[in-house]
Design a protein around this ligand. Sequence first.
Ligand SMILES: [Zn+2]
Ligand SMILES: [Zn+2]
Length: 95
Amino acid sequence: MSEEEQFVECCTHGKQQATYVCQHIVQSLRDGKPRGFWLAEAEPGDERPDSWCNACEDKVNSTGGEWNDESEEFAGVTLLCGACYDRAKEMNRAN
Ligand SMILES: [Zn+2]
Ligand SMILES: [Zn+2]
């Protein structure tokens, strides 16, 4: 396990854990529309695994259930601060 934690400087929350989510989840933080929240299998101790929305989940399932170039391009995975991640998680799950 890597000891190296990645950090991101958020203009709202300051220095935070770096997390990765699909572009649609970032979008949901902007427009307030829930889009679902799916999680990657997490490393032990990782509270904030990579996540993606319903549309990305459908995309992955439609291409055999594994991430590939097409679904990754669709997802457009984006760096997000840990606090924004928590907010997105809460918001996208409350459907
Ligand atoms: Zn998505
Ligand atoms: Zn933030």
